[in-house]
Design a protein around this ligand. Structure first.
Ligand SMILES: NC(=O)c1ccc[n+]([C@@H]2O[C@H](COP(=O)([O-])OP(=O)(O)OC[C@H]3O[C@@H](n4cnc5c(N)ncnc54)[C@H](O)[C@@H]3O)[C@@H](O)[C@H]2O)c1
Ligand SMILES: O=C(O)C[C@H](O)C(=O)O
Length: 308
């Protein structure tokens, strides 16, 4: 199993580290445009192998796509992160050009790959990948919902005073400060609705904190987060590589599902060796449907800024 990660920055390197520690891939290639950077990150990570007990071979390259040839899975994390006070959508001007070029270079060398898009604004960058390269729709996946759901579970556990392993919950919709749809109605503690443990106001606070999870960290760190994003990407890569058929909310190209068309948006999908094995259509109540529709409208408006 060969995995390429483009962008050896904070998220790309974190993702490579988690993949290596889980030890399911034979090879991880890090590629970056900055001279020597990916080579340095790869060497540093390889010097953790004997300490962390993994056999995954990590190599780095400065923009040489021939080294990525034959990758089973490619991850795009290249591009700029936001600074405090910015939205993800403001990154479109620089990141669209980067994602378009990187995606087509990757597919040129790995025509059978499954592509995971991470760069922001992620739903729009995933849509751009669909529009600009020739891969079947189940092989282009945007990562956002897995991260947002992990943050939702963190906030739920905090509010409930429960261990995180006790709680379950999912965030669908756009990966943006306003577009996320945390499904509070369906969140549980050991199968019991969380509304049995906390009141509506506290649950609303959990929802609001979840939606601004990325912005909160950006304010604290001065740049956007990388540990949980890297872990979330590595979970998707593992689900595909190991054909786990696990369900994650991912940004998928919708063709009628949830009443939406010609848009990439976070919905529950089953991930396996073919990428998106299926899109799961869950029954939403009217309020959730309305939130998903307005989230889609927001993403569509940003997609409209693309030159595709
Ligand atoms: N989808 C998500 O949930 C999620 C989570 C975290 C970060 N992100 C996004 O991921 C992106 C990366 O974030 P980061 O914190 O790792 O940033 P970073 O600045 O640490 O790393 C980005 C790397 O991309 C490289 N790069 C830029 N242009 C390139 C090109 N054309 N080819 C190859 N490499 C190139 C840079 O040299 C840099 O090393 C940002 O757009 C950020 O918003 C998304
Ligand atoms: O918040 C960001 O800009 C980065 C990423 O999308 C995140 O949610 O951490």
């Amino acid at each position: 199993m060969k995995v390429t990660i483009v962008g050896a920055g904070a998220v790309g390197a974190s993702c490579a580290e988690y993949i290596a520690i889980k030890d399911f891939a034979s090879e991880v290639v890090l590629l970056d445009i900055k001279e020597g950077y990916a080579e340095g990150k790869a060497m540093d990570l390889m010097q953790t192998a004997s300490l962390n007990g993994f056999d995954t071979k990590i190599t780095g390259t400065t923009n040489d796509y021939s080294k990525t040839a034959g990758s089973d899975i490619c991850v795009i994390t290249s591009g700029i992160p936001r600074k405090p006070g910015m939205t993800r959508e403001e990154l479109i001007g620089i990141n669209a050009g980067i994602v378009k070029t990187v995606a087509s270079s990757l597919v040129q060398h790995s025509p059978d790959t499954i592509l995971i898009v991470v760069s922001n604004p992620m739903d729009t960058m995933t849509y751009l990948a669909h529009k600009s390269i020739d891969l079947p729709k189940h092989r282009i996946i945007g990562m956002g919902g897995a991260l947002d759901s992990a943050r939702f579970k963190y906030r739920l556990a905090e509010a409930l005073g429960a261990p995180i392993s006790d709680v379950d919950g999912m965030v669908i919709g756009g990966h943006s400060d306003t577009g996320m749809v945390p499904l509070t109605r369906l969140a549980t503690r050991n199968s019991v609705p969380v509304s049995e443990f906390i009141d509506a106001d506290r649950l609303q606070q959990v929802l609001e904190d979840t939606k601004v999870g990325g912005a909160t960290l950006t304010k604290l760190l001065g740049t956007s987060a990388w540990y949980a994003p890297g872990a979330a990407v590595s979970a998707l890569v593992q689900a595909i590589a190991c054909d786990q058929h696990k369900m994650f909310p991912c940004s998928a190209l919708l063709e009628g599902e949830y009443g939406l068309n010609d848009i990439c948006l976070g919905v529950p999908v089953i991930l396996g060796r073919n990428g998106i094995e299926s899109i799961v259509e869950i029954e939403l109540d009217q309020k959730e449907k309305d939130h998903l529709q307005s989230s889609a409208a927001g993403v569509s408006a940003v997609n409209g800024l693309l030159d595709v």
